[in-house]
Design a protein around this ligand. Sequence first.
Ligand code: 6PG
Length: 240
Amino acid sequence: MIIQTYADLEALSRAAAELFARQAKDAVKARGQFSVALSGGQTPKRTYEILARSPFREQVDWKQIHIFWGDERCVPPHDPRSNARLARRAWLDQVPLDPSRIHPISCLPSPAAGAREYEALLRKFCTGASPGLDLIFLGLGEDGHTASLFPDNGALEEREHWTAAVYVPAQGLHRVTLTPTFINQARVVAFLVAGAAKSQALREVLQGSRDSQRLPAQLIDPEPGELYWLVDREAAEGLR
Ligand code: 6PG
């Protein structure tokens, strides 16, 4: 596990963009393609904006990149809560990706059916020497959730499936998420965590007692992959 602290969200976002570009270059050189799952929420937005502009716009071999998502809210594509909508507007619509290599999560005809369909896509894509994606970006909720893996949710124990459909009562939202089993098959997993509001969750996840039902982000431990925590100074405030 590598924890890197940055002065602020801007510095963290630039580091995340550099991590993306480095992993993409290595993957394309080694395997002719690069696969990444994007995180939702607001924290990664600045990273996405930086990747849409120079120098990253020119540096990255966009045509060889497959875009997936770590989770999605079950809302219409143009709903402001959509994770895919956020990434498309901030980044994906502005770089020359191959549209057939952008793989948004669908919740239709139902969240469960959408989860199964996404799992089938992933199982077709992740085979042989590459049982997981090259890079997965994740965020951290103030309650210790990550992707759509919320405390005390059945998806936390899912060992066979690579995706799960979950219902979040507090938000009145159905969601589809990657499961810890699949996330942990990635070559690199990178959490992006910024802001004072995340300091308690970050401290408990990283330095508190193990309680993954209460702190689902503790389930993320890629093997043999690498785990990065890119955090800003405010979020790292409480860390020893
Ligand atoms: C989602 C995300 C979720 C997010 C955290 C942090 O769809 O909501 O996948 O796991 O990463 O809730 O969100 P912020 O970056 O907005 O704080």
